[in-house]
Design a protein around this ligand. Structure first.
Ligand code: HEC
Ligand code: HEC
Ligand code: HEC
Ligand code: HEC
Ligand code: HEC
Length: 268
C-alpha cells in the first residue's frame, strides 16, 4: 500500500514538474459571447478551467489534472461552426454517446438511480441533455476535460494531463488525490454522483404547467418558467433551473436566493 502510494505521488510530482515546461496553447476565439465578452462572469469562476492554476497558485491543475484547452467555453459549449452537426451525420459519431447540443460525451446513464416517491405526480425521466451536461462532470465518472471538439491550436501530442474526474476517491484519476481536505479543499461535497435519488428530482414536467396541481405555482411561461430567472426547459425542471453557471450573484450559483427559491414553485 505505502509503496503504491509513494509511486503515485512521484508520478504526480513528475507530471507537475513537466507541466511547467509545456507551452500553453494560444486561446482561440472560437465562441463569441454576445452578452458579456471578456467580462462574462464564468471567466475566473470555478467553471473556468483555463484559469484554475493561476487563481489557486499551483501548477498542478491545468495541464496536469486536466488538459488546458486555452478556451474556457469549450469544456461545455460547441463552437457555432460545429453546433449544427448532429451525431452520425458529418462525423463518425454514431453511437458514440454525445450529449446533444453540448461539446461533451454522455455519461453511463444506466447507472443512475432516479428520484422516486409515492407522492410525485410527474416522475423524473432519464436526465435530459442540459442536466446530462452537468452530470458529465458532477457524477464523478468522467474526466472533466473529456470534450468532443478541441480547439485547433491544442496539440494532443503534448498532452500530459491525467484527465482526472471530479470525485473524492484517492485514485490517480481523481481530483480527490489532492482535494482531500488536506492538500486542497475537500471536493466530495461538489460530487452529485450517480445516486440521484438523494437530490432534487430533475427532468420531470413542471407540475404547475397543467394549471391544476394545487401544490405548484403558475409559471410566467409554460416552456421557459419564471421571470425571476428560475427557468424551465421545454417545461421541465433541470439542474439549470436552480443553478446558473453564468450568474454568480447568489451563493452556489443559485438562480434565486436560497430562502425563496423553493417557494418560487412549491406552494407548500
Ligand atoms: C461548465 C459549463 C459552461 C461553460 C464552461 C460555459 N458555459 Fe455558457 N452556458 C452554460 C449553460 C448551462 C448555459 C445555460 C443554457 C440555457 O439556459 O439554455 C449557458 C449559456 C450560455 C449562453 C446563452 C445565454 C442564454 O441565456 O441563452 C452563452 C452566450 C454562453 N453560455 C456563452 C459562454 C461563453 C462565451 C463561455 C466561455 C467564456 C461559456 N459560455 C462557458 C454552460 C457553460
Ligand atoms: C422550478 C420549480 C421548482 C423549484 C424551484 C423547486 N422545486 Fe421541488 N419539485 C418541483 C417539481 C416539479 C417536483 C416534482 C413533484 C411532482 O410532480 O409531484 C418537485 C419535487 C420536490 C420534492 C419531492 C416531492 C415528492 O412528492 O416526493 C421535494 C422534497 C422538493 N421538490 C423540494 C424542493 C426544495 C427543498 C426546493 C428548494 C431548494 C425546491 N423543491 C425547489 C419543482 C420545483
Ligand atoms: C466541465 C466540468 C463541469 C461541468 C460540465 C459542470 N460543472 Fe459544476 N463544477 C465543476 C467544478 C470543477 C466545480 C468546482 C468544484 C470545487 O470547488 O471543488 C464546480 C462547481 C459547481 C457548483 C458549486 C459552486 C460553488 O460556488 O461552490 C455548482 C452549484 C455547480 N458546479 C453546478 C453545476 C451545474 C448545475 C452544471 C450544469 C448546468 C455544472 N455544474 C456543470 C465542474 C463542472
Ligand atoms: C496536485 C494537486 C491537485 C490536483 C490533482 C487538483 N487540484 Fe484543484 N487545487 C489544488 C490546490 C493546492 C488548490 C488551492 C487550494 C484550495 O482551493 O483548496 C486547488 C484549488 C482548486 C479550485 C479552486 C480554485 C479557485 O478559484 O478558488 C478548484 C475549483 C479546483 N482546485 C478544482 C480541481 C479539479 C476539478 C480537479 C480535478 C480535475 C483538481 N482541482 C485537481 C490542487 C490540486
Ligand atoms: C430545485 C433546485 C435544485 C435543482 C433542480 C438542483 N439543485 Fe443543486 N443545489 C440546490 C440548492 C438549494 C443547493 C444548496 C443546498 C444543498 O446543498 O442542498 C444545491 C447545491 C448544489 C451543489 C453544491 C454543493 C455544495 O454544498 O457546494 C452542486 C455541485 C449542485 N447543487 C449541483 C446540481 C446538479 C448537477 C443538479 C442536477 C442533477 C442540481 N444541482 C439540481 C438546488 C438545486
Amino acid at each position: 500500500m505505502r509503496i503504491k502510494k509513494a509511486v503515485q505521488m512521484a508520478c504526480l510530482w513528475i507530471m507537475v514538474t513537466a507541466a511547467g515546461s509545456l507551452q500553453a496553447a494560444e486561446p482561440l476565439p472560437i465562441f463569441a459571447d454576445p452578452i458579456a465578452g471578456d467580462a462574462d462572469p464564468i471567466r475566473g469562476s470555478k467553471h473556468d478551467f483555463t484559469g484554475l492554476n493561476h487563481r489557486a497558485g499551483v501548477v498542478a491543475m491545468g495541464g496536469v489534472a486536466f488538459s488546458d484547452y486555452g478556451n474556457p467555453c469549450v469544456y461545455c459549449h460547441l463552437s457555432p461552426e460545429e453546433a449544427g452537426i448532429t451525431p452520425g451525420q458529418n462525423l463518425n459519431l454514431e453511437n458514440s454517446g454525445v450529449i446533444e447540443g453540448w461539446n461533451r460525451y454522455m455519461p453511463a446513464t444506466e447507472n443512475y438511480r432516479l428520484y422516486d416517491s409515492g407522492s410525485m405526480d410527474n416522475k423524473p425521466n432519464s436526465p435530459s441533455s442540459i442536466s446530462l451536461l452537468c452530470l458529465s462532470c458532477h457524477d464523478g465518472t468522467m474526466a472533466v476535460d473529456m470534450i468532443l471538439f478541441k480547439p485547433a491550436a491544442f496539440r494532443n501530442k503534448q498532452d500530459a494531463a491525467l484527465h482526472m474526474r471530479l470525485n473524492g476517491a484517492k485514485e490517480l484519476t481523481s481530483c480527490g488525490q489532492c482535494h482531500n481536505g488536506t492538500v486542497a479543499h475537500d471536493i466530495s461535497v461538489k460530487v452529485v454522483g450517480t445516486g440521484l435519488q438523494d437530490e432534487h428530482p430533475v427532468s420531470m414536467t413542471y407540475g404547475g404547467n397543467n394549471w391544476k396541481d394545487p401544490d405548484f405555482k403558475l409559471p410566467d411561461d409554460f416552456q421557459h418558467g419564471f421571470n425571476t430567472g428560475v427557468k424551465l426547459y421545454n417545461g421541465s425542471v433541470e439542474c439549470a433551473t436552480c443553478h446558473n453557471l453564468h450568474d454568480p450573484s447568489n451563493e452556489l450559483l443559485l438562480t434565486q436566493r436560497r430562502d425563496i427559491l423553493c417557494a418560487t414553485c412549491h406552494v407548500k
